[in-house]
Design a protein around this ligand. Structure first.
Ligand code: F6P
Length: 361
């Protein structure tokens, strides 16, 4: 029997996952391994849902967004949702997940995911799961890797949206507010705001006040620019410091779904400046579509490294990008928590030097 490894994608999808699946599978096949792709994240291990990945199965994946294996940000084998009499209850299904691995003779898995997936994978190691993780998220909020794939594509999408919003802003002399994703980190807002020529960027890491925002917009009007572009990260708290929450998904690793701060900011701006204001929520458009060349290349490099480690039996590591090099960091050395934008980050200071307001001064 040929040696076998598994691969799965968990958590929210993002552009570049398919490129990781493709690269990791190609590299493992060339080493003589068989590759089993589990469907729907960790749910595939519990439910024994998988596809054998051969060259044909991974053909044409490089440029495709999403993940052909499917993903799920609710399936944690240690707290697996099952429906009994119409009610969802949580069951420990680690035994079922580990049985799948043993029955298929899989040596270990490559798990592509964000912080939730990493936490589940680390915990599953205690039950004997051998894994290499590949960090992914459009939010770019993971420590120990300089950038996550998916982020560059999300920034490109948000920048294109800002370019388009400029048209109406200029033509109608309006304020256009764009709410972007990123959870509690402002990376997408910061990068797209600078790239898209925003006048105001509001991010969770920098407390803001409406006086400063209104002042910036009114100053522009006074100086012959009766329109403004505002980018707001979804995790930016309101002026009282409260998060604006759209809904809660209890089965999810991170139950809070943010959303609505853009409208709140837009309403306050219109009230304070008297300038007609419109709000756009970019939403999941940021997670979709074809990855940029940067994300394709990063995903390919990470996928190959993950396969190299897995086929050599070097489990318990996360592959990552550091100073342009692809490395691997042991699970127990991974920095926990969210990588936030430092308020004195060079790009924040550069943006301020160019006159962009963060609503703080
Ligand atoms: O973490 C990626 C992300 O797209 C966040 O930016 C966003 O807050 C969240 O996921 C949305 O999650 P869901 O797809 O479950 O609505």
């Amino acid at each position: 029997m040929r040696r076998r490894i598994g691969i799965l994608s968990a958590g929210g999808d993002c552009p570049g996952i398919n490129a990781v699946i493709r690269a990791a599978t190609k590299a493992a096949l060339r080493k003589g391994f068989e590759v089993y792709g589990f469907l729907g994240g960790y749910g595939g291990l519990v439910e024994k849902a998988y596809r054998v990945l051969d060259e044909a199965a991974i053909s044409g994946l490089l440029h495709r967004g999403g993940t052909v294996l499917g993903s799920n940000n609710r399936y944690n084998p240690m707290r697996y949702p099952v429906t009994i009499d119409g009610q969802t209850v949580f069951k420990d299904c680690t035994k079922e997940a580990m049985e799948t691995i043993e029955e298929l003779g899989i040596e270990g898995i490559i798990a592509i995911g964000g912080d939730g997936t990493l936490a589940v994978t680390k915990d599953m190691a205690a039950y004997g799961l051998k894994a290499v993780t590949v960090p992914k998220t459009i939010d770019n909020d993971l420590h120990d890797t300089d950038q996550t794939f998916g982020f560059d594509t999300a920034v490109q999408t948000a920048t294109e949206a800002l370019d388009k919003l400029h048209t109406t802003a200029e033509s109608h002399h309006r304020v256009m507010v764009l709410e972007v994703m990123g959870r509690s980190a402002g990376w997408i807002a910061l990068m797209s705001g600078v790239a898209g020529g925003a006048d105001v960027i509001l991010i969770p890491e920098i407390p803001w006040n409406i006086d400063a925002v209104a002042r910036k917009i009114l100053d522009r009007k006074k100086n012959g620019k009766p329109f403004s572009i505002v980018v707001v990260a979804e995790g930016t708290p309101d002026p009282e410091g409260k998060l604006v929450i759209r809904k809660r998904i209890e089965e999810s690793h991170e139950p809070i779904r943010l959303g609505g701060i853009g409208q709140l900011v837009g309403d306050l701006i219109e009230e304070r400046t008297g300038i007609e204001t419109r709000v756009t929520v970019l939403g999941h458009i940021q997670r979709g579509g074809s990855p940029t060349p940067f994300d394709r290349v990063l995903a390919t490099r990470l996928g190959v490294e993950a396969a190299e480690r897995a086929t050599r039996g070097e489990w318990g590591v996360m592959v990552c990008l550091r100073k342009g090099e692809i490395e691997a960091i042991p699970f127990d050395q991974i920095t926990p928590g969210t990588k936030h934008v430092p308020p004195d980050h060079h790009l924040v200071l550069a943006a301020k030097a160019c006159g962009i307001s963060f609503g703080d001064e």
